[in-house]
Each structure stands twice: as structure tokens, then as C-alpha cells.
Design a protein around this ligand. Structure first.
Ligand code: NAP
Length: 249
């Protein structure tokens, strides 16, 4: 049973399946230096595209794949769907539900990082960016803004208008409020990743009346949104081995 991981949901799924006697192998991209290790077997690093994953599924005799990667890990999801289809291995997408605004939220939804920087600039000058390291380019090129980057791993050398605060979720709302106050933040810039582990910043922004620029989630393939449903799917696939929900090639 292969779990494509890198998320809290993948960790929980591995734990739940192993408790039920299902052996799992969780695959991590290997980018984080000190990742939280899943229960069960773990492998690190890319497969070499969809073809590499197809070959891996066949050579390891993987009976099913749950793709529990992050909602913004779109390349991996596309490759996993293609590889599962070509190797005829049942595939399930497990992706946490998207966020919805609550009363008091001042959200501005945008499509990409370029639009996010444009919108943030209209709303304020001191920005906290809770986004992936790969997406910092446009903020590096915005010396008119003061940017605090919050990420698990250090983002490398930063220009003078940017600073780094280390942080690994789940975050507590009180800590997020303190961070936004300490840094005198005017705008929160984040991706609409969904889930509870990183939602505290949204509640903190609501409490402080701050605007949030949210990059919309990419479209998701059909699948399930919670770990319990993924456990049921795995157990039914392993019990029957006949309900192949292989995505179309
Ligand atoms: P991505 O752009 O969709 O994938 C880039 C490449 O990384 C893939 O083509 C694949 O390489 C490799 N890869 C990604 N996930 C992998 C996995 N679970 N196991 C083995 N190889 C994997 O992904 P990303 O956005 O860089 O994210 C990388 C990992 O970090 C994902 O596992 C994701 O769940 C986790 N993560 C991402 C974010 C985010 O904001 N994007 C946030 C939190 C966690 P090959 O082509 O060589 O197979």
C-alpha cells in the first residue's frame, strides 16, 4: 500500500492503516531536512516522473495508491494519476477540504503569486508570507514591501526587505496573533491549503481585523476529504482487489 505523503493526513493515514494491520510505505519528496516520520515503511525522493512511478508500482507489486500530497503539489498528483492508470493500480486522491470564509474575514482570493503580490501591495506594506520557498521570487523582487517569510526550512539568502521566522504547523491561534502583532503585520499572504493545521493564521487575522490574500487551490481530481474515508477505501480495495478505481489513462 503506497501513500504519497508530505502532509498531516498522510501521517494519520499511515498510523490508522498500520493499526489495522495494513502494511504501508509512505513516500516523501525528501525536501525537508528533519521530516516527521510516518509509521510504517518510508521511502525518500522522487520516482523520476510518471514513468518512474509506473515502473515502481509494477516492480514493487503495489496493490493501491493513496495520493495524500499537499493540495498545491499538483505535479505529483498529475504524475500519480497517470502512473496508476498506466500500471492499472487503484488510485485514490485524499485532499483536505478547502477553507470557507467566516464572518469577519477580509479575504481576497487570487489565482497566483503575481496577483497576490499586486493585491497585497494595495492593502499594506508589512506582509507575512506563509507560502512555499519556491514561490518567494516575486516577493524578492518587491523591495517596497517589508516581508516576513514563515516556513519550516530556511529560505536561503534573503534581500534586506525580507526576514525569516521558522515555523512548523500545527500552529496555535494565540501564537499566530502574537506573531502578527510582534511583526506589526498589515497583510497575511497565504495559499488556500485547507485543513486545520495551518488555519490558525486565518483566525488570528480575523481577530486582528487584518486582510488576507489567499491564492486559490488548484483544481483537484475526485477523491475523499478525510482519512476515515481513505481507510475504508483501502480496506475495501485490499478485501476485494476487484473495485479498481483506476483513473482513466
Ligand atoms: P510537486 O511540485 O507536485 O512535485 C515535484 C516533484 O517532487 C515530483 O515531480 C516528484 O518528483 C517529487 N515528489 C513530490 N511529492 C513526492 C512524494 N510524496 N514522494 C516522492 N516524490 C515526490 O510537489 P511540491 O509542491 O514540491 O511538494 C513536495 C512534497 O512536499 C509533496 O510530497 C507535498 O505533499 C509536500 N508539501 C508540499 C507543500 C506545498 O506547498 N507544495 C506543502 C507541504 C507539504 P519525481 O518526478 O522525480 O517523481
Amino acid at each position: 500500500m503506497l501513500i504519497l505523503g508530505g502532509t498531516a493526513e498522510a501521517l494519520e493515514l499511515a498510523r490508522e492503516l498500520n493499526e489495522r494491520g495494513v502494511m504501508t510505505m509512505t513516500s516523501l519528496a525528501g525536501r525537508t531536512r528533519d521530516p516527521v516520520m510516518p509509521v510504517g515503511e518510508v521511502r525518500l525522493g522522487g520516482f523520476g516522473g510518471a514513468d518512474g512511478l509506473d515502473a515502481f508500482l509494477r516492480s514493487e507489486g503495489v496493490p493501491a495508491v493513496v495520493d495524500a500530497t499537499h493540495p498545491f503539489a499538483t505535479a505529483m498528483t498529475a504524475q500519480a494519476r497517470a502512473a496508476a492508470a498506466s500500471a492499472s493500480v487503484p488510485y485514490l486522491r485524499l485532499a483536505r477540504p478547502d477553507w470557507s470564509p467566516e464572518q469577519g474575514d477580509r479575504w481576497h482570493l487570487v489565482d497566483d503569486m503575481g496577483a497576490a503580490v499586486t493585491k497585497a501591495r494595495i492593502l499594506g506594506r508589512r506582509i507575512i508570507a506563509a507560502i512555499g520557498r519556491q514561490e518567494l521570487g516575486r516577493l524578492r523582487d518587491a523591495p517596497d514591501l517589508q516581508v516576513v517569510v514563515r516556513s519550516v526550512e530556511p529560505p536561503g539568502d534573503l534581500p534586506a526587505h525580507m526576514s525569516w521566522r521558522q515555523g512548523r504547523g500545527p500552529f496555535a491561534v494565540e501564537d499566530e496573533v502574537a506573531l502578527l502583532r510582534d511583526e506589526r503585520i498589515e497583510v497575511v499572504l497565504a495559499r488556500a491549503s485547507g485543513g486545520s493545521g495551518s488555519a490558525a493564521k486565518l483566525e488570528a487575522a480575523r481577530r486582528l481585523g487584518l486582510p488576507v490574500v489567499l491564492i486559490r487551490r488548484p483544481a483537484e481530481p475526485d477523491g475523499v476529504q478525510d482519512v476515515a474515508a481513505a481507510v475504508d477505501w483501502v480496506l475495501s480495495v485490499l478485501a476485494g482487489r476487484s473495485t479498481c478505481e483506476c483513473p482513466a489513462a
